[in-house]
Each structure stands twice: as structure tokens, then as C-alpha cells.
Design a protein around this ligand. Sequence first.
Ligand code: PBG
Length: 323
Amino acid sequence: MSYPASRPRRLRKTPALRALVRETVLHPKDFVYPLFVVAGRGVSQPIASMPGQRRLSPDLAAEEARRVFDLGVQAVLLFGIPEHKDAVGSAAYHKEGVVPQAVRAIAKAAPAMVIMTDVCLCEYTDHGHCGLVEKGEVLNDATLELLAKQAVVHAQAGAHVVAPSDMMDGRVGYIREELDDEGLENTAIMAYSVKYASAFYGPFREAAESAPAFGDRQSYQMDPANQSEAMREAMLDEEEGADILMVKPAGPYLDIVRAVREATDLPLAAYQVSGEYAMIHAAAERGWIDLERAMMESLVGIKRAGADIIISYFAPRAAERLR
Ligand code: PBG
């Protein structure tokens, strides 16, 4: 008898054999593509720390949405960068703000596209925090009202899904109620349920000009060391009426993705954030890793961990590879 009897390599011999036993398969429809929207027309500004990503005015965001839809990416997540920021983030809940404009333009250019919007104040406040600030503290309950206003404005413009990323307590329930009161009971909520206070948001903050002017976000975003707390956050959002839960960042938190997956029957999203994207690009630029392979490996890892939905700046590029 030959040794060993068990030879897993048998099934790795040819591409077809490997395909036959492959357990996790990515599909373009798994992806959500984030877009940064600025005011104006015909505006396209490259973001240095996120190669290939740009800030786009609503008209060009619509063109980009059309392009990625044709590649099979059927959902976008919009971030607004307003012209003027102030202490209360007024531009966040303006009916003619950049996000409502982009929502309408995208709905026209790509009518079947799922349009999601980020709901948060940090891109709109001059202090860069995700809520109202008083005496150096980020207020919880007073912020809820503004977030709900923003969510309603986005939903009225036609967003299918609003995605609160602020990490205030009770915001999912509060937003749900306000949406329902406005007759927007069919607008879904994707909650950034488990959002860690992460260094990996660095490039995003450059893109959105949203770095906090003082302090950091540790009084509202989660401690990277915690898992039990992640479960509590996820369950609270589920009870408050979230339709989709999210873990963010993705790569460094795959254990959390798996744990939340096992605790809920709701669809689960994971956000491969700007720093994860930038790292892969930076290493590839130096010739240290293969960009395409590292991209696909990072994405399949997120799906294998249990995410149904992957939010990633790689979405169109990965979709192209999957065709
Ligand atoms: C907050 C928000 C952030 C990201 C998404 N929503 C930044 C933050 O919390 O500082 C980060 C996304 C990324 O890094 O790609 N509105």
C-alpha cells in the first residue's frame, strides 16, 4: 500500500478539477462600489492615496455608475463632499445637496442600479466629527435628529438603501421611525453595525476631507480588540430594524465577519476600506505583490468569512476579471 492514503492534492491537479471543488465563488453582483461625489459639472479629481479612484460631480458619477453596471456591479454607495462645511453639517440634509443630486442622476443613467447612501455628518462638519460637538464631546441623542433628516432627504431623492456609519447609539431605530413617518417604509437600512476605530480609514479621510480636527473617533467607533461588543452592536441594530448588517473594516476583522454571520439571518456586508485598498496598491506599485491576485484573494477571503455583500473600491476591476 502506498503512503499516504489520503491525498488532497488529487483534486488540485487541473483547473477543471479545482473549479469542481471550489467552495467560494465571487460574482460581480456581490459587490458594492463606493463613489465620492462633489459639487459641479464635469468635475473629476483623482484621489492620490487611492489609485484609480476619483471625486466626481453628479453627472460624472452617473456615467461611472452606468459603466460599472455594465460590468455587472449592481450597487453603488455614495459619499458626499459638500462645498461648505459647518458645525452642524447643514449640507448633509440639504435637498439639493450633492448626494441627492447624484442619486437622481444615477437613477436616470442606470435605472436598475441599487443606490445606497452613506449617512453620517463627518464629511459635512467643519470639525470632522460624525455628530454634533459640545465642549469637545460628540453628542449622541442630538445627533440622531440630523442623521434622520439626512436619511430622509436621501430616501426622498430615490436612494434604495441608507447606510448610517456614524456609530451613535440608537440611530437605526430612530432613522427607521423617521423614514416610516415620511412614508418611506420601503427604504432599507444597511447599518454600519460593527465599525472599528481603525487606522485603515486614512486614505478615505483624505478623499472626503473628513479627518477630525481634534481628538479621534474612539468615543464612538469600536475598540479593535473587542468581539463580544461587536455581537452586542450587531444585535442592537437587528432589533432596531436594520435590513442589512455590516462589519468594517473587512480584512483585519474576518473573525468578526464570521461571528456576526453565525449570529444573524440578515444579509451581512463587509467593507474593504480605503487603507486595505491603498496597501495592496502601494505594495503592487513597488513590485512586491501581484495586484490582480492580491485583489482577488482579499475579496474571496471576505466572502469565505461569511459576507454576502462586499463593499470595495476594487469592485469594477474585480468584476472585469470575473467576466
Ligand atoms: C464615515 C465613514 C468613514 C468611512 C466610511 N464612512 C470614515 C471614518 O469613519 O472616518 C471609511 C471608508 C474607507 O476608509 O474606505 N462617514
